[in-house]
Write a protein that binds this ligand. Structure first.
Ligand SMILES: [Zn+2]
Length: 415
């Protein structure tokens, strides 16, 4: 029958396997492809790959890529061998990983889709259970991590991120040149970072050129202890400083809004995001709204101007000029009489050398921001994570730059 040959070709079935039957079940929307192992060919133990005596066979099924919208299932009697060293084992099949109910190509398809969408959506679209789709994802991460050596980037990014419950954190270590996450550590204390640094020799650690982070004592202390010459390498980047100033502007706005509201004025009502958005990314209409407010005597407008001025200070290139400009900014901020702004100004002054490091080392906010945005997307699409392990695994899956496909296909990908 011609379709046996055709299916053999489509599925890439090779000796000693062959397609012996194809059963098209129109009413079930399903194609069953029956495979058989040639009796005369020798059998190998999956552990040691030594020839071994046949023991019995087991009936197995694997979901494969659909053919013309028909769910396609491979069916085979898979021989088991009795190896003197490893006992009774099922032989390896070339189209699937051991223990999987899916072919390698099907797993690769699921992996591709999971990169774009939530587990629930992919499960629904492909007619899988949630746990089957999740299992493919978890196995992919385990595979990807096993294939990779621990990596210490030249330009490291350190960031904390919370999941589900507000006070549970992980520390995310990233490669700022590759936009990938190299490690996810528990918590956000000093040990979180210590454990990562200690993975590498002192010589390797000396090769680190910059460590971008928030002004966070635990990370600073850990990095100073582990990285030679850390005083010149720790960089408090624009992304993190902007976040602190953004929060300060928002605190000023909330306080002022309350005070105005008590007097019956609603000038600041509904303006929260107007003040927080990057003016460069604003529509003309929003810019017009902001401009009208900005030119008023509002405290919030003043706080906003102080923040935006700080954002412009990243354009300096030399330490000396940048220091002068930041100190000028500091004296303006500290005289502002806006307590949230003054608090950040003091923090900035205490950490000024690290901010200047970010400037002279050319550490930009783009990397931290991109990784952070993707992690927020993960939290949103997963509607929260049940525990830290699931969160960690999702970060590795989407941001680890790992080779995720099953072994037989792994050479085809290096995302
Ligand atoms: Zn063996």
């Amino acid at each position: 029958m011609r379709d046996k040959e055709l299916y053999g070709k489509i599925l890439g079935i090779e000796e000693p396997w062959l397609v012996v039957d194809v059963d098209l079940r129109l009413e079930d929307g399903e194609v069953l492809v029956f495979l058989e192992h040639r009796a005369c060919s020798k059998l190998l133990c999956p552990e040691c790959e030594e020839p071994a005596k046949g023991y019995d066979t087991r009936s197995k099924r694997w979901r494969h890529l659909d053919t013309c919208q028909y769910r396609t299932v491979l069916v085979a009697e898979v021989p088991r061998v009795e190896c003197p060293a490893h006992g009774v084992r099922q032989i390896r099949v070339p189209w699937s990983e051991a223990g999987s109910r899916f072919t390698a190509l099907f797993e690769a398809l699921v992996i591709d889709w999971l990169q774009e969408s939530s587990i629930a959506a992919v499960a629904r679209l492909l007619g899988l259970s949630w746990s089957a789709a999740d299992g493919i994802m978890q196995r992919a991460v385990v595979r990807g991590l096993a294939r990779r050596e621990p990596q210490l980037p030249t330009h490291v990014g350190v960031d904390e991120t919370s999941f589900q419950k507000r006070h549970e954190y992980v520390t995310v270590l990233s490669d700022q040149d590759e936009d990938t996450v190299v490690h996810v550590a528990d918590g956000r204390g000093r040990e979180a970072l210590d454990v990562f640094w200690e993975t590498f020799s002192e010589e390797k650690r000396a090769g680190v050129e910059s460590v971008a982070m928030d002004m966070w004592p635990a990370y600073i202390a850990s990095t100073k202890a582990a990285i030679p010459d850390a005083e010149r390498k720790i960089a408090f980047d624009k992304f993190h400083v902007a976040a602190h100033l953004g929060q300060a502007v928002d605190r000023v706005r909330r306080g002022e809004h309350r005070a105005l509201w008590a007097k019956g004025e609603d000038t600041l009502k509904g303006t929260k995001y107007l003040w927080l958005q990057n003016p460069g990314a604003m529509s003309d209409e929003r810019w017009a709204d902001l401009k009208a407010l900005r030119d008023t005597a509002l405290k919030t407008a003043r706080a906003w101007a102080i923040k935006e001025f700080a954002m412009s200070l990243w354009q300096y290139r030399t330490r000396g000029w940048a220091r002068k400009a930041w100190l000028r900014w500091y004296s303006w901020a500290i005289r502002s009489q806006l307590e949230p702004i003054r608090r950040v100004a003091r923090m900035v002054k205490r950490h000024l050398e690290g901010i200047l490091n970010a400037i002279v080392l050319g550490v930009t906010n783009a990397r931290s921001e991109a990784i952070n945005a993707k992690i927020q997307w993960l939290k949103y699409t997963a509607r929260g994570f049940r525990n830290r392990d699931r969160f960690r695994s999702a970060i590795y899956f989407h941001l680890g730059g790992l080779s995720l496909y099953p072994d037989s296909l792994a050479t085809h990908t290096n995302q």
